[in-house]
Design a protein around this ligand. Structure first.
Ligand code: CTP
Ligand code: MG
Length: 431
């Protein structure tokens, strides 16, 4: 039988658990596909703490050491592979918890090697003596594991059935989607547009982008040789032409002329377009009405685009981070639910101010990171660096300005709003 080569995607920053009975070939698999320092083996840890990798009485100490190594490596965002049987739910959960503590994904690779081959290998092993009933018990644990692994919270579960699949499988480390450090710019980071299509066109024109239009005169793209626009999210809601903004930005992203991160308003729009119950407040009703006048095909593309938006980007070798509501340093280049929540909504105290707006924690004032963080979300009247962070939301839809930061020049370019499109709930902040 011909075996098709399996390509196993794992996160280039994150944890990989090998799963399999003793003799399944885990250590052999790991040695052929990962660098020695990437692999943390329970047997090796057992040897380090007891001088004997078969000394089962050293198991607790060995796993203590293994967890420490995994924790320190994941703190650095390094790809880390755990070579242990991982046949029991609790130890797997412990390892996933470490990955989650560092906001990194965890992937399982299961070696489901046939029992006859396991027993044959075990008999021939010089490095390990195993009772047959240990093997029998582990094989039973593996069946149980295979039944529940999909529901345990792994980002992916790859099961390799048989020795051929295991021998030929290729592991492909894939960078997290937020990791675009290879993009060096220069960039034009553009603040919250909120449906202000005319102002966006004017700003792009001022920045030197050449706009492209369709036969009906609608802007469908904008290009500046060598430069990339980066939208901080909140393209939609409150303003007069959210579909027009989406058409332009979606065209720019498709052409490689722009990147865009998700804002909280895109998030709500996705919920609404999927028919999930959500309050039609803060301009969402107007956006849905505007979109209702568009063909269904356009709405489908809008939904696909908004649902696919990444919550932040790390750019320029790690020197620039763009996130809608900003991002504290420990979350840069990480991928988890709480990273996404912070990037889209920021950290709030749970209280509201006298205008009914959430009270925000001043993450920027405590920011000490190396990367410049450029964000939007909270409209301000003054564009001002705070500890290497900059808010470029200058409340265009509230009659303020639409602002871009040229990076690395650190030059601010803006255009005034044509009018007040939406009354703010209270006065805009001053940064
Ligand atoms: N082996 C093999 N061909 C493979 C994989 C493994 O012949 N494709 C042999 C190895 O040479 C070794 C035995 O099978 O003698 C067990 O392989 P190993 O990779 O050590 O298995 P592990 O799953 O790591 O077993 P343990 O849990 O006991 O460490
Ligand atoms: Mg081994």
């Amino acid at each position: 039988m011909r075996t098709v080569t399996r390509v196993l995607d794992v996160s280039a920053a994150g944890l990989v658990l090998l799963v399999g009975v003793s003799g399944a070939g885990k250590s052999t698999f790991a040695a052929r596909r990962f660098r020695p320092t990437q692999v943390v083996s329970s047997d090796h840890c057992r040897a380090l703490v007891s001088d004997d990798e078969n000394d089962q009485s050293a198991t607790d100490d060995a796993f203590h050491l293994l967890h420490t190594i995994v924790d320190r490596r994941l703190r650095r965002g390094l790809l880390t592979v755990v070579d242990a049987t991982n046949l029991h739910p609790h130890p797997r959960q412990e390892l996933r918890r470490i990955a989650r503590d560092h906001d990194l994904p965890c992937v399982a690779i299961v070696l489901d090697t046939p029992p006859d081959l396991i027993r044959e290998r075990t008999r021939n092993r010089a490095d390990r003596v195993l009772d047959d009933d240990v093997t029998t018990r582990q094989l039973r644990d593996l069946r149980r594991t295979l039944r529940r692994l999909d529901r345990e919270g792994f980002r992916a579960v790859h099961v390799l059935r048989g020795p051929e699949e295991a021998d030929t499988a290729v592991v492909r480390p894939v960078p997290l989607r937020c990791d675009r450090r290879e993009l060096r710019g220069p960039f034009d980071v553009i603040g919250d547009v909120h449906g202000c299509r005319a102002e966006l066109e004017a700003l792009l024109h001022r920045l030197g982008y050449r706009l492209r239009r369709d036969e009906r005169g609608r802007a469908t793209g904008a290009h500046y040789p060598g430069r990339t626009a980066v939208f901080v999210g909140d393209l939609v809601d409150r303003g007069p032409d959210s579909p027009g903004v989406l058409r332009l930005v979606m065209g720019m992203v498709a052409d490689g002329d722009a990147l865009c991160v998700a804002g909280n308003h895109e998030n709500r729009l996705v919920r609404a377009l999927r028919g999930r119950g959500t309050r039609l407040a803060h301009g969402l009703r107007e956006t849905l009405e505007q979109l209702a006048a568009e063909p269904a095909e356009f709405r489908d593309r809008v939904l696909a685009f908004c649902a696919d938006l990444v919550d932040h980007y790390v750019l320029d070798g790690g020197n620039l981070v763009v996130a809608h509501a900003g991002l504290k340093e420990e979350y840069h280049g990480r991928d988890s639910g709480r990273v996404r929540a912070f990037a889209l909504y920021g950290e709030t105290t749970g209280e509201v101010d006298r205008y009914g707006r959430p009270v925000r924690l001043p993450w920027a004032r405590n920011y000490r990171g190396r990367a410049a963080v450029v964000h939007g979300h909270v409209p301000t009247t003054r564009v001002e660096w705070v500890n290497n962070t900059l808010c470029v939301d200058t409340g265009c839809v509230f009659g303020g300005r639409l602002t871009a930061l040229r990076y690395p020049e650190r030059e601010v370019v803006d255009v005034p709003a044509e009018r007040v499109w939406y009354e703010p709930a209270g006065p805009l902040g001053t940064g």
